[in-house]
Write a protein that binds this ligand. Sequence first.
Ligand SMILES: *[C@@H]1O[C@H](CO)[C@@H](O)[C@H](O)[C@H]1NC(C)=O
Ligand SMILES: *[C@@H]1O[C@H](CO)[C@@H](O)[C@H](O)[C@H]1NC(C)=O
Ligand SMILES: *[C@@H]1O[C@H](CO)[C@@H](O)[C@H](O)[C@H]1NC(C)=O
Ligand SMILES: *[C@@H]1O[C@H](CO)[C@@H](O)[C@H](O)[C@H]1NC(C)=O
Ligand SMILES: *[C@@H]1O[C@H](CO)[C@@H](O)[C@H](O)[C@H]1NC(C)=O
Ligand SMILES: *[C@@H]1O[C@H](CO)[C@@H](O)[C@H](O)[C@H]1NC(C)=O
Ligand SMILES: *[C@@H]1O[C@H](CO)[C@@H](O)[C@H](O)[C@H]1NC(C)=O
Length: 474
Amino acid sequence: MWFQCSTFSFTFFIHALCCFVTTMGYEYKMKTFDALIDHFSFSSQETFPLRYAVNDSYWKGDGGPVFFYTGNEGTIELFIENTGFIWEAAPDFNALIVFAEHRYYGKSLPFGNDSFSSPNKTGYLTSLQAIADFVDLIQFLKANVSGARNSPFIAIGGSYGGMLSAWFKMKYPHIIAGAIASSAPIWQFAGMNPCNTFAKTVTADFTRESPECSNSIRRSWKAIDNVTASDEGRSWLSDSWRLCEHLAGDGAALKEWLSEIYEDLAMMNFPYAAKFHHSLPAYPIKAVCSHLTDSSLPDRQLLDSLFRAVSVYFNHTGDARCLDTDVAHLYADLGTDGWDYQTCTEVVQGMCQDGVEDMFEPYSFDFASYSDSCYSRWGVRPSLSEGINLYGGRDISTAANIVLTNGLLDPWSGLGVLRNVSETAVALVMPDTPHHLDLRASNPADPASVRRVREILRESIGRWAAEHRAALSE
Ligand SMILES: *[C@@H]1O[C@H](CO)[C@@H](O)[C@H](O)[C@H]1NC(C)=O
Ligand SMILES: *[C@@H]1O[C@H](CO)[C@@H](O)[C@H](O)[C@H]1NC(C)=O
Ligand SMILES: *[C@@H]1O[C@H](CO)[C@@H](O)[C@H](O)[C@H]1NC(C)=O
Ligand SMILES: *[C@@H]1O[C@H](CO)[C@@H](O)[C@H](O)[C@H]1NC(C)=O
Ligand SMILES: *[C@@H]1O[C@H](CO)[C@@H](O)[C@H](O)[C@H]1NC(C)=O
Ligand SMILES: *[C@@H]1O[C@H](CO)[C@@H](O)[C@H](O)[C@H]1NC(C)=O
Ligand SMILES: *[C@@H]1O[C@H](CO)[C@@H](O)[C@H](O)[C@H]1NC(C)=O
């Protein structure tokens, strides 16, 4: 169950647009920077190689802006490939492009393969340590990249990376001139919202196609229970759903996989075909729901229709030999260990489902058992207050020069900032978009709201850079 509420999604850059497929191979140099393992004590000067990617082809070396992507919970290549906005805007600003990998993800492992082996090694995996890496990397770049000493650094990130870019600007206003935080759920901490906010938005995305669609899913949990109650039913389900592994016990793992993919579909409901875990068609929820038109079907027929529906997700290309319901296999590119650890320390989400306002099986968040399960995996217990104490919760009226963007179809949006928090820390809301569509490369199918937001992002960058230059000459 832990996994369910802990995923952030990013799609690869392979577009099937009409009749051709393009793979965006952005070019850059991958480098490493010796980052302190512990920024917050003077007792050790041990370092590890933190990876960062640089593209200086547009850079004129004259104090122009640096676009600094604050890497998230995954290998940095994933974000390089999925943040086309940076690549498209950089030439217009003569910007230096830098993508920094987040410690404990990708190849930036402070203790190599032992990084997750004991609490005293995982202990340096915190958002503040990661941001402190970014601070030192920026100081290094200012000193070592010709013409960057007085450059405005613009922090840019999506999802958790967006949380980091917003927090970076708030904590280090003297390092960062402005920040773009796309689909950044900085108000997701337990207790800040009704706990079923996320599940309700996922459900609304399916209901929007048709109420029968979400109703079918709501009824399917019980249908799975009914069918998997007997050996004969388990065999039937294993065969007709072409499961890679014959169902042995109850359908719990299958149900967890289903919950995951509904959430993933809600995040990745892009208006054009895209690929992340699996290739998806344009508007995949519409395609899923086209198979779920009658929620009153008897159990097995309902599950037949559900299989056709989820085939859109796992077998869009038609080359799946069987259905692999191992949730861990869905997120090979994301640092699942690292993110699990972070949700067991400072990022406690505390999500729940009630099966009434949402289409999921009822599930209530119980902090004590959550804490026990974290302790058994990591030897640490989560803090409910740390994230809010560190970053201010809703009390961030001193924030400045940040644009926070959210699409209301994105289940994370309800946990993000949907109102302006200060004169220059503003929220841009797109009613009709999923997860961080605005940071992706432009596409003919993009809705007008996204195009408009990208214009405002560019205007904001221009303004922050001009303010920065003006302050220098004072
Ligand atoms: C920077 O990116 C552009 C566009 O992808 C590419 O043409 C150029 O070769 C890249 N420069 C470097 C130094 O990688
Ligand atoms: C760490 O693990 C990776 C993947 O399993 C492996 O390729 C690599 O050789 C390991 N490195 C060391 C130093 O053991
Ligand atoms: C770290 O933890 C391991 C096992 O949990 C222990 O053997 C080791 O002594 C610890 N190291 C330090 C510096 O505390
Ligand atoms: C600049 O780069 C050199 C060589 O890598 C390094 O020794 C020096 O510390 C860097 N300067 C800063 C301020 O990081
Ligand atoms: C599950 O079994 C119960 C008892 O036989 C039945 O009433 C119900 O309709 C079945 N299906 C669902 C989806 O509840
Ligand atoms: C995937 O789709 C192809 C083509 O429609 C089909 O032949 C194959 O059986 C499907 N795989 C599964 C596991 O359903
Ligand atoms: C925040 O302010 C900007 C203007 O500075 C405005 O365009 C935007 O709509 C406001 N956002 C919200 C959510 O009201």
